[in-house]
Design a protein around this ligand. Structure first.
Ligand code: ADP
Length: 264
């Protein structure tokens, strides 16, 4: 444990089994939180819990749930309430990507990505907000994407879900401020997660994230990808009491990618 910003807090992180979600779980544990690592893959969630144990963190548990199933989320919320009797922080991070233009997208694909990336955020909020409110409020951080505000070829469906997350964030911030519940979003830019590293390896290519082709302006003003840790720090800020006056905010952590794209 390196800090105490989240001491005595219970945090639920969806998609905690890899990438930005895993790093967020590790950082939260370093800051003293008890972490519920939620993922659809048991071994990934358990690996995160094991990593937290290795770094000598406080209590962490894994929980298997498909965030796009309201039944799973209702059961998860019940389980967490029974175990800890409160939730202070919810990070809606689980997500999937699909590629291709709208002209090639079938009904199943639309359904799949909207269920996981957008409806699931609503389900998690619906079932965790009552628990958070009962214990005096808390902080919800929704992981959107720079793609929620910047267009990218072949990413229309994904981008639409991430823009939806921003809209949901602002409206929920209005709805729940009275319960001492803050709702914010983070917009990651290109981030060097295992997912991208493995994709590049599989393609036998150097890691590029397709940036030169799809973002002619390159990877932002800082001209590099972000690290999962840099993203986790943004999420930590919004989750912590240091952001006690911040709600309805959409924080870009993208190396200046969106600033460049919006220059006109
Ligand atoms: P990023 O690179 O943005 O961090 P990842 O693909 O590495 O994204 O991580 C997304 C996480 O969300 C993964 O651990 C994945 O298993 C999880 N996830 C995806 N879909 C679901 C779902 N339906 N229910 C629960 N977790 C999910």
């Amino acid at each position: 444990m390196t800090g105490n910003r989240l001491e005595n807090k219970v945090a639920v992180v969806t998609g905690g089994g890899s990438g930005i979600g895993r790093e967020t779980c590790l950082l939260f544990a370093e800051e003293g939180a008890t972490v519920v690592v939620v993922d659809r893959y048991e071994s990934d969630a358990q690996n995160t819990v094991d990593l937290i144990a290795k770094q000598g963190g406080p209590q962490a548990i894994s929980a298997i749930a498909d965030v796009s199933s309201e039944k799973d989320i209702a059961a998860l919320a019940k389980e967490v309430k029974n175990k800890f009797n409160k939730v202070d922080i919810l990070v809606n991070n689980a997500g999937v990507r699909v590629f291709g233009p709208v002209t090639e997208a079938d009904e199943e694909t639309w359904q799949f990505i909207f269920d996981v990336n957008l409806r699931a955020v609503g389900y998690c909020c619906k079932h965790f907000i009552p628990i958070m409110s009962e214990s005096g409020g808390g902080s919800i951080v929704n992981v959107s994407s720079a793609n929620g505000v910047v267009g990218r070829p072949g990413m229309g469906l994904y981008d639409a879900t991430k823009a939806g997350v921003l809209a949901l964030t602002r409206s929920m911030a209005c709805d729940h401020a009275g319960e001492q519940l803050r709702v914010n979003a983070i917009l990651p830019g290109p981030t060097l997660t295992d997912y991208h590293i493995k994709r590049a390896e599989a393609a036998g290519k150097e890691l590029d994230l397709g940036l030169t082709k799809s973002h002619p302006e390159g990877p932002g003003i800082l001209k590099r990808q972000g690290t999962p840790r840099e993203l986790a720090y943004g999420i930590l800020f919004l989750a912590s009491d240091e952001a006690s006056y911040v709600t309805g905010a959409c924080l870009n952590v993208d190396g200046g990618l969106s600033a460049l794209a919006q220059r006109n």
